[in-house]
Write a new protein. Structure first.
Length: 326
C-alpha cells in the first residue's frame, strides 16, 4: 500500500492531505468562503463581473415566505429549487414541467409527479437548514432550469451534465465533464454515482471516464462512449473559469459550468474544496500541473491569457498517463 502511494506521489498525483494543507488552507482564506458557499452571493458576484448565470426567479428566506412559492413560479413550467448553502447536490429539486393530469402538481426530472404542497414542504426543510453546510437556517433559491446542449444527449441520464474546472492561482489546471446516471438520480455528482470524463485542455474533447473510482469507456445507462465528445465554446468556458479566480480571490478553486442549448455556457456554482477524482478521469496528476503553473505564473496575465496558457501547456498529448486502474 505504501509503495503504491509513493508511486502515485512521484507521478504527480495530488493527495487529500496535501490538497488541504498546501493549497486550500494556504490559498483560500476562510473569510472568502461565503463567496462560494452562499449561492446567492456567488450569483451576485458573477453578475457584477458580467458573467452569465442561470436566471434567479426568487429567494425564500424564511418559513413565512414559503407560501410565495406558487407566485414565484406562476410564469414558469420548469425551474430548479436549491439550498443557498447546500453541497453535493443535496436538497436540489429539478422540475421539468407541470402535470397535465393533476392540478397544482409538477413533474421532476426523474419523472415523478410532486404536488405544490410537497415542494413547499421541501422548501420549508431547506429554510430550516436541513441541507446547509453548517446546519444553520438557509435560503431556498428558485432559478432557471438549464436545458443541456444536444452534444450530451447520449451520455446523460435525465439530468444536466456539468463541467468542473480546477483553477489554480487563476490558471485552469484540469477539467472534467460530470455525466448524470440512473444511480446518481440524474445529478452530476460523482459521489452519488455520476460518471466523470476527463477533458483534453487544448481541444475541449472528453477522454476516459471514471465511475466509482474505476475507469469506464461507456455510460452505464445508455451504453454510449463517453470519450471523443467536443465541448461547445471551450475557449469561453476556460476563460470564464479563469475569471472565477478574479471574482472569488480563491487560489484553489473549482468552477462548475453548464451549457444551455439556447443560452450557452453558464456559471452554475464555485467550490473552495473541489475533489480529487478529476485526476482519475484525466489519468494525470494534478500536482504536476500545479507545479507547472507555479513556474509560469504571471500576476499580470489576464483571464484570457491564463486560459490560453492552459490550452497550450495541458494538452492531453503532452501528458504522461498514470495507470490508476492497475
Amino acid at each position: 500500500m505504501f509503495a503504491r502511494a509513493e508511486q502515485l506521489r512521484r507521478a504527480g498525483v495530488l493527495g487529500l492531505n496535501e490538497r488541504n494543507a498546501d493549497f486550500i488552507m494556504r490559498l483560500n482564506p476562510r473569510r472568502l468562503y461565503p463567496r462560494v458557499d452562499d449561492k446567492v452571493l456567488t450569483k451576485e458576484l458573477a453578475l457584477d463581473a458580467g458573467m452569465a448565470v442561470p436566471e434567479l426567479y426568487g429567494i425564500i428566506s424564511n418559513q413565512g415566505e414559503a407560501r410565495d412559492f406558487g407566485r414565484i413560479v406562476a410564469e414558469h413550467d420548469s425551474f430548479v429549487v436549491k439550498p443557498a448553502q447546500g453541497s453535493g447536490g443535496d436538497g436540489i429539486l429539478v422540475v421539468t414541467g407541470r402535470s397535465q393530469r393533476k392540478r397544482n402538481s409538477f413533474r421532476l426530472s426523474s419523472g415523478v409527479i410532486i404536488s405544490e404542497n410537497e415542494i413547499a414542504h421541501h422548501i420549508s426543510n431547506i429554510v430550516s437548514g436541513q441541507y446547509s453546510l453548517s446546519g444553520n437556517p438557509d435560503k431556498a433559491l428558485i432559478e432557471y432550469c438549464v436545458r443541456f446542449d444536444p452534444v450530451f444527449a447520449e451520455v446523460s441520464y435525465q439530468g444536466v451534465p456539468d463541467i468542473r474546472v480546477i483553477v489554480y492561482r487563476g490558471y485552469p489546471a484540469m477539467a472534467m465533464v460530470r455525466l448524470p446516471t440512473r444511480a446518481s438520480d440524474g445529478k452530476a455528482n460523482l459521489h452519488q454515482g455520476a460518471v466523470g470524463a476527463g477533458v483534453d485542455m487544448n481541444l475541449g474533447e472528453t477522454l476516459t471516464g471514471v465511475l466509482d473510482n474505476e475507469i469506464v469507456d461507456e455510460h452505464p445507462d445508455t451504453g454510449a462512449l463517453v470519450s471523443g465528445l467536443r465541448i461547445p465554446e471551450w475557449d469561453f468556458i476556460l476563460q470564464s473559469a479563469a475569471r472565477g479566480y478574479d471574482v472569488t480571490e480563491l487560489g484553489y478553486l473549482g468552477v462548475d459550468m453548464v451549457i444551455d442549448r439556447e443560452l450557452g455556457p453558464l456559471i452554475l456554482e464555485m467550490n473552495a474544496r473541489p475533489g480529487l477524482n478529476i485526476q482519475i478521469a484525466n489519468r494525470t496528476g494534478l500536482a504536476t500541473r500545479i507545479a507547472r503553473i507555479d513556474d509560469i505564473y504571471s500576476a499580470d496575465a489576464s483571464p484570457n491569457d491564463r486560459a490560453r496558457v492552459a490550452r497550450r501547456e495541458f494538452a492531453a498529448e503532452r501528458q504522461t498517463s498514470i495507470p490508476f486502474d492497475d
